[in-house]
Design a protein around this ligand. Structure first.
Ligand code: AMP
Ligand code: MG
Length: 427
């Protein structure tokens, strides 16, 4: 599918102003512009963690395959339940994997273990701890202890044969892999991994191990970006630090474009920079340079560039290390997930009481680094990490969540609810 030009999308958002674009508008533009890459491969279950399903998986079998017991106890016919205690004769035993093949008449029961196939004609299980008395040969049960059908798992109640077990677009986590194994499926079609080229721009940047001349800094963004891409399951082409000159930038952008699905750069996209990054990006394709109504992370370039018949999406992230992470998480990440064909809301937020007042101007979105904890009563609460400067990576390193103060939001009072997105989840 070919993407519409960015300029063709812009009129759809009437109030869109590239000099002060709201976060929501920028996210919408990116979502409309970026198209999924339809290309899949087979992956074994042990290699499928965090991959995106490329097709629905239809269950080939019923799970469970037979009615079976949910408890250790006694299986019997519910017709034997009555108003007075019932004493039933034990006629056999059913273990998981070893069924009781005989008939069970009224007044009879079978000793049964969890997971064992329900004996013929039995529809109810009484857990062993609920029987009044039991011996090798008989079991007595008081009235009202169980109802007909209790403690029986029905054939196909987990997954029914012929029905979709997992849908296309699902990102596979631990439970999904176990679920696929429970169906006897060892390989699944997944979207191929995205390939993302990464480089840093700026004459002041030095690589680890290089001498730090006066006014120079180590290039940290590339490591942050690589790690965030690894968490998304992308393959990375690390192109290092690219010098601020036309030839180097053109060569780097062309190589990246010809070899990757997407390109992520950092630095060089702010207005008035004495460098050539913006110029080269614009020359090679359909690229918009936005000033976002947000903090941190105001400048960002987004679009698609082409070289020698190949094209790639481009995310020109700002240079400041915190701004890089924020723009990656709230713009690039969604776009990359969309390219991968991943479905669903990937960053659920929750409302949590702020421990202290936060100053905030309406008219821009602020992403503050937060620490989410529980108060003495177990209720969640959040506080901002120390200094919130856009270059201070420590604020990000100490945080376990992002506090999102929306576009219209003004000052926050202590105790007011704020939106929080957690960095880590269980899977
Ligand atoms: P720029 O957008 O290029 O003006 O960069 C903004 C700020 O981010 C400057 O202080 C840069 O030195 C810093 N910066 C740019 N690239 C990197 C990088 N790769 N690692 C760490 N800091 C960077
Ligand atoms: Mg720069």
């Amino acid at each position: 599918m070919t993407a519409p030009a960015l300029s063709a999308l812009a009129p759809q958002i009437a109030s869109c102003n590239p000099e002060s674009l709201s976060v929501a508008h920028a996210q919408q533009l990116i979502r409309e512009y970026v198209q999924p890459i339809e290309s899949s491969e087979m992956a074994g279950l042990n290699d499928a963690l965090c991959r995106v399903l490329a097709e629905d998986v239809i269950s080939p079998i019923d799970v469970p395959a037979h009615d079976n017991s949910a408890m250790d106890g006694y299986a019997f016919r519910s017709g034997d339940l009555g108003a007075s205690p019932a004493t039933l004769t034990v006629v056999g035993t059913a273990f998981a994997g070893h069924k009781y093949g005989g008939a069970v008449a009224p007044g009879e029961c079978v000793r049964i273990m969890t997971g064992a196939v329900m004996p013929m004609d039995c529809d109810t299980v009484v857990p062993q701890e609920l029987v009044t008395s039991a011996s090798e040969t008989s079991m007595t049960l008081a009235p009202g202890v169980v109802r007909p059908g209790d403690n029986r798992r029905l054939k196909g109640e987990d997954l029914a044969a012929g029905k979709p077990a997992l849908r296309k677009g699902k990102t596979l986590h631990a439970a999904d892999l176990g679920l696929l194994a429970s169906l006897g499926i060892g390989q699944v079609p997944v979207q191929r991994r995205l390939c993302v080229a990464v480089f840093s721009t700026g004459d002041e940047l030095r690589g680890i191990g290089q001498q730090l001349d006066e006014g120079c800094i180590y290039d940290s963004n590339r490591y942050t970006i690589r790690a965030m891409l690894a968490r998304l399951g992308c393959d990375v082409i690390d192109m290092g630090i690219v010098k601020d000159d036309r030839e180097s930038l053109e060569a780097a952008l062309r190589t990246a474009c010809e070899n990757a699905d997407a390109i992520i750069t950092s630095g060089g996209v702010s207005v008035g920079e004495a460098d050539f990054t913006r110029e080269m990006m614009a020359r090679l394709g359909d690229v918009a340079f936005w000033k976002l109504a947000m903090r941190p992370g105001r400048p960002m370039a987004f679009g698609r560039i082409a070289s020698n018949g190949k094209s790639a999406y481009l995310f020109g992230l700002p240079g400041n290390p915190v701004a890089v992470m924020v723009t990656f998480y709230f713009f690039a990440r969604d776009a990359l997930l969309r390219m991968m064909g991943a479905a669903g809301d990937s960053t659920p937020s929750m409302r949590v009481a702020s421990q202290s007042a936060i100053r905030k101007k309406p008219g821009r979105t602020e992403f503050q680094r937060g620490i989410l904890t529980s108060d003495a009563n177990g209720n969640p609460q959040v506080r901002v990490t120390g200094s919130q400067g856009s270059g201070i990576l420590r604020s990000m390193s100490e945080a376990n969540c992002m506090i999102i103060l929306g576009h219209e939001q003004g000052n926050v009072n202590a105790g007011d609810p704020v939106d929080v997105v957690l960095f880590d989840g269980l899977c």
